[in-house]
Design a protein around this ligand. Structure first.
Ligand code: ADP
Length: 386
């Protein structure tokens, strides 16, 4: 079936070639495709391949006449709504035979045809058809938007449930800490309790900071402190932040950077946050003793940074969603270590604010993942490096 929004098709059926040609000349317009059939059978064949906005049927034809053809159209789900104009030389009596036609869009035009009347009737059907097409495409778009909103709503519900859970743990631990502090009898005991409370507080403030960042970005309120900065400086900060997690998990960690300095126009803290997030995820979603690598190479006007691991991988169907807020792979919940599916959404938005892009490749569950960040190489190269 053709569903070209811009082209509308009319079907003309008449056994006489000269009639077809004069009707075609009369109705011709650029946005109209005219299909011509010399018999009912030929018309049915054309209708198998095309959607038509109007059928103009000659009533008197040898073999299947116009009315019989219309009966066929009425009998099929696909063609029963095609409006029909019968071209007739007969009396008004004949017209009654078609009162019951369901489309409600049956009209008659008497021979000899008056050009203006036919043109104006045809253009009404033309417009109606286009409006129907537009409504159908708007309906499809609306359905897509509705589905996306439903998904977002579901993710938000899941997020609230997880957030409640995640906040309860540190809050309970801090409460217990205060209680214990009141009873602590030695400075060592007090110090140990404070260290534990500190860890809980750190977790809590990370959650709150991430949430605030997301809110700032969606409100367009985040302000980046972009400056010319060397990629290696950013990666160094990121490595420092993620190294404890990589070490604790016993991963082998390798780094490969370009020989020459790569200058970016970037916010040091935010870009380091991006890269640290990817490295921390690699550490988190890789079973102990795995390997994680950080590789950067310069391509045409860009630098490509890969963070690869040989961990749990990401199922194919989740790869397109993974950068949406609150998206988490169900099977990974245990490894997420209190994560809420915010990190990658933040990473995605921060990279976009640096005019870059990020994507993920994974062969699937258990096959490791590679996150690739592409950033434009900056113009603010200090003169000493030129
Ligand atoms: P979380 O706080 O859950 O880690 P993120 O937004 O950082 O949130 O990541 C979203 C989801 O993407 C994670 O829950 C996890 O399922 C998946 N994911 C992220 N990084 C990796 C990785 N390196 N390997 C496998 N899965 C990953």
């Amino acid at each position: 079936m053709t569903a070209d929004l811009h082209k509308v098709s009319f079907l003309l059926v008449d056994d006489l070639e000269e009639n077809l040609l004069s009707l075609e000349a009369l109705l011709k317009r650029e946005d109209l495709e005219i299909l011509k059939a010399r018999s009912g059978e030929e018309a049915l064949e054309l209708l198998l391949r095309h959607d038509v906005a109007l059928a103009l049927l000659d009533v008197q034809m040898p073999g299947m006449d116009g009315f019989e053809l219309a009966e066929f159209l009425r009998g099929s789900e696909r063609t029963r709504h095609i409006p029909i104009i019968f071209v007739t030389a007969g009396s008004a009596d004949q017209q009654r035979r078609f009162r019951g036609y369901e489309a409600g869009a049956v009209d008659f035009i008497q021979k000899p045809i008056e050009a203006d009347i036919l043109r104006s009737k045809a253009s009404i059907f033309f417009d109606l058809y286009q409006q129907r097409q537009q409504i159908a495409s708007q309906r499809d778009k609306l359905a897509e938007v509705t589905q996306a909103l439903r998904d977002a709503d579901r993710r938000k519900d899941e997020f609230l449930a997880v957030l409640g859970h995640e906040l309860r743990n540190p809050v309970a631990a801090l409460g217990a800490g205060i209680h214990l502090l009141q009873k602590a009898q030695t400075p060592d005991r007090t110090a140990a309790i404070c260290t534990q409370m500190d860890r809980q507080l750190f977790h809590l403030s990370r959650l709150v900071e991430d949430l605030l960042d997301i809110a700032r970005i969606s409100e367009g309120k985040i302000s980046l402190q972009k400056q010319p900065i060397e990629l290696a400086t950013i990666l160094q900060s990121a490595i420092e932040a993620a190294e404890p997690n990589l070490k604790t998990a016993g991963h082998t960690f390798s780094v490969a950077l370009p020989d020459k300095p790569v200058w970016l126009e970037a916010d040091h803290t935010r870009m380091a946050q991006v890269m640290a997030n990817l490295l921390n995820n690699a550490a988190k979603y890789t079973p102990p003793g795995g390997s994680v690598s950080l590789t950067a190479r310069q391509t045409d006007g860009h630098v490509q940074i890969d963070v690869a691991d040989n961990g749990v991988g990401i199922p194919l169907e989740m790869q397109s969603q993974i950068f949406q807020i609150f998206a988490q792979v169900d099977e990974h919940r245990e490894q997420s270590a209190g994560g809420l599916g915010i990190g990658l959404a933040l990473v995605h938005q921060l990279v976009a604010l640096h005019n870059g892009s990020i994507d993920v490749q994974s062969e699937g569950q258990g096959k490791g993942s590679t996150f690739t960040v592409r950033l434009p190489v900056g113009e603010g190269v200090p003169s000493s490096d030129l």
